[in-house]
Design a protein around this ligand. Structure first.
Ligand SMILES: [Zn+2]
Ligand SMILES: [Zn+2]
Length: 731
């Protein structure tokens, strides 16, 4: 029973906590009663823990033993739609509810009283000794008509030092006060004029505004090539949402992108939105969480976990770059933020905008099936067009094994340098070399804890495991045969490519853009700014450069290894390669100058390479969809990955074999079970990994069957079982 809104004192209520228990706990409502969904502090053994009132108590025990809720926290109660959302995500992803509540309360200090801070405002009279500096402070305070400042704000605005302000306190002309730290965000101006829109943009914006104004659930794919102005269009939807008095959430895949985005947002709405991602301070996280719940934050720009913020009146969710792999969370709760955004919107009558130049096949299929609407922005914003794309057949280039840039590509780069234009050499591999081999015995240096080879990072002067992050110095002698001086790098990473660039273009200014080379988002932003201003001839970059950054003087993109993503058994390999190559190529020629993209490949007749070159996107999606339909895989079938892991291979193998023998619940829904088999990376951080893959028809109740299947075994200590519904990666 979930219908009561309020429980009087002494009433038995169920409380969901973040503790790893398989049920809610019963407590008595405290003095003054408690509301459904209220956040509370409850005693649990000797501790006090955070909880949320989840409905009528279950009872069934001696009620005189029931303990009372200790404190009802000064937080907006969780709304019914949020409780439903968490329960549905839990059911879909097979996640226990306590883990869901943890996701929904990921702000520090929710149990603490609000923090205080000192603010300054105008008092009575004037200071006895009125210096120029003191007059400036008074003028500033008078000008802002009674508003409070922090010390730094006031000193900066008045152009004086903080000690000047402090020195005015004894006179009473300036007053110091303590106020709660969690202040609302500045109001956004929904009526501020937006950028001028092209005809195509205006048409798309109008359609989205209508959806938002209707306050009904709807999802639209906003498709447009890089630079077609998707952001301007969805910001119009945000403006409409503000006019409706509702909140908006914009999800972005990369933190590095948000600073440019925030500036743009501020120009459009006159103030900054709330931010929610790993780069936000703890104090700010708590403020955002509370203000979202109280309506003091109108728009949140965030990473995928912003989806679990306690919005009071959510009217719009934008998922920018909806195809991006980073929307899939792959530790803790496994969920895809894009799909969960659609679920959340459907529960609160909100509009969803999925923006992409290269949509995921899932979204494309939902459009084809009539579930999502589609808006196309065909013409690019401004005069630029997609670049000319050509394959460079590497079979004819006769490169030595230590070189990776073909003579044809070298010639093309030189031509750009003569014209004062920029070139980008793209290689989606961090570090110097992916493999280090001993030329004496053939040994390849591997991680001690994982079944993975170590990647040389020459910049850091270390070998690094990209699975577990472990690093070690490059050894002098081979760890296997002991011979010195015969270890050699095999294959290229961006650092090695940069070395080749320095050799072949000694006069060129080269910049390397790879996520591991920047200590902070700010350092990366500064580098990007320098490149955009033209202070670079050749950019060497990983997929970091594929997204969002605008380099107006860039007219050539050279893809060093277009075949890289096509290897492997991943069902999305073709789709990902297609998306990435299109995005990277889209970096060239974003202004008046027409761009060229050259793809180095050993298989120019591969259907994916041909589709990339021809630019026949619809053809590519149709062919890819037909193939997945034939194979009965997502989005035309259901899939789940199950990984068993533990330090002892024999124990893990026993559990896996046992599970394989008791797969009746899967057979009953006609699901296919593949495995057990060693996972492609069979050992990570010292844990052996064995995996199953379950495939079922789209309509099959796969979650219930999986829960029943794995519920039959009690896992030995140290063995973990992780279920991943709709897996994105297969390692
Ligand atoms: Zn050796
Ligand atoms: Zn490792």
């Amino acid at each position: 029973m979930r219908d009561a809104e309020f429980y009087p004192e002494g009433h038995l209520v169920a409380v969901l906590t973040c503790e790893p228990l398989d049920r809610t706990l019963d407590y008595k409502a405290p003095e003054g009663g408690v509301a459904m969904g209220a956040f509370v502090e409850v005693p649990l053994g000797p501790r006090k823990v955070l909880g949320c009132v989840w409905g009528e108590g279950l009872g069934g025990f001696d009620l005189s033993k029931a303990r009372s809720i200790s404190t009802v926290l000064d937080l907006a109660p969780m709304r019914e739609e949020m409780r439903q959302f968490l329960e549905k995500v839990a059911a879909y992803t097979l996640t226990p509810m306590p883990a869901m509540l943890r996701l929904a309360t990921r702000a520090p200090g929710l149990m603490n009283p609000p923090g205080m801070r000192k603010v300054y405002r105008r008092g009575e009279g004037r200071p006895p000794r009125e210096t120029d500096a003191r007059s400036k402070v008074l003028e500033t305070l008078d000008e802002y008509g009674g508003l409070s400042f922090t010390l730094k704000e006031l000193a900066d605005t008045a152009g004086v030092t903080a000690s000047v302000v402090k020195g005015m306190l004894p006179s009473g002309a300036v007053i110091e006060e303590d106020t709660p730290r969690d202040l609302p965000f500045r109001r956004l101006d929904a009526n501020a004029p937006g950028n001028e829109l092209t005809e195509a943009q205006e048409a798309a914006a109008t359609a989205l505004r209508e959806d938002v104004a209707a306050e009904r659930y709807a999802t639209t794919l906003l498709k447009g090539v890089t630079g077609s102005g998707k952001t301007e269009v969805y910001l119009e939807a945000v403006a409409q949402c503000l006019k409706q008095g509702r909140q908006a959430l914009v999800l972005l895949p990369e933190i590095a992108l948000t600073s440019a985005f925030l500036t743009r947002f501020e120009e459009r709405f006159g103030a900054r939105p709330a931010e929610w991602h790993s780069g936000v301070t703890m104090t700010e996280r708590r403020r955002v969480w509370k203000m979202v719940g109280e309506g003091g934050a109108q728009v949140v720009i965030g990473a995928r976990s912003a989806l679990y913020l306690p919005f009071q009146n959510l009217g719009l969710i934008v998922v920018d770059e909806e195809h991006d792999g980073s929307y899939k969370q792959e530790d803790g709760v496994h969920y895809n933020a894009r799909d969960m955004a659609v679920l959340r919107a459907s529960l609160c009558s909100a509009t969803v905008v999925l923006a992409s130049a290269t949509p995921s096949l899932e979204t494309w299929a939902n459009v084809e099936a009539g579930k999502y609407k589609r808006l196309d922005l065909e013409s690019r914003y401004g005069p630029a067009v997609m670049p000319d794309m050509h394959a460079l057949d590497m079979r004819g280039e006769k490169l030595p094994s230590t070189r990776f840039i073909s003579d044809t590509l070298v010639g093309a780069v030189k031509k750009r340098m003569e014209r004062g234009e920029q070139s980008l050499l793209f290689l989606n591999r961090r570090g110097f070399a992916p493999v280090t081999i001993c030329r004496a015995c053939g040994h390849q240096i591997a991680c001690d804890h994982c079944d993975a080879r170590m990647v040389e990072h020459r910049f850091l002067k270390r070998l690094m495991c990209h699975q577990c992050g472990e690093t070690k110095p490059m050894p002098e002698a081979c760890p296997s045969c002991g011979v010195e001086g015969r270890l050699a790098p095999v294959g290229p990473g961006v650092e090695r490519l940069a070395e080749e660039v320095a050799e072949r273009f000694p006069e060129a200014k080269c910049a390397v853009l790879s996520s591991d080379l920047f200590a902070s988002a700010r350092a990366l932003k500064e580098q990007i700014q320098r490149i955009a201003e033209g202070d670079t001839d050749i950019i060497v970059g990983t997929q970091l450069v594929a997204k969002g950054h605008n380099f107006p003087n860039l007219t050539l993109v050279g893809v060093i290894d277009a075949d890289l993503g096509l290897q492997g058994s991943d069902l999305r390999a073709a789709e990902r390669t297609f998306q990435l190559m299109r995005q990277v190529a889209g970096r060239a020629g974003r202004s008046e100058k027409k761009g060229v993209a050259l793809l180095q490949t050993y298989q120019p007749e591969h259907p994916v390479i041909r589709a990339i070159l021809s630019g026949d996107e619809e053809g590519f999606w149709r062919a890819e969809a037909a193939e997945r339909k034939m194979a009965g895989v997502p989005p035309y079938g259901r899939m789940a990955g199950i990984i068993l892991s533990g330090p002892d291979l024999a124990v893990v193998t026993d559990v896996a074999n046992h599970l394989a023998r008791i797969a009746g619940p899967l057979q009953r829904i006609n699901a296919q079970l593949f495995g057990p088999a060693p996972a492609p990376i069979a050992r990570v951080r010292g844990r052996h990994r064995i995996r199953f893959l379950v495939k079922a028809e789209k309509s099959a109740p796969i979650q219930a069957a999986l829960a029943e299947w794995v519920g039959q075994v009690k896992l030995p200590n140290n063995v973990r079982l992780q279920i991943d519904i709709d897996p994105q990666s297969f390692w």
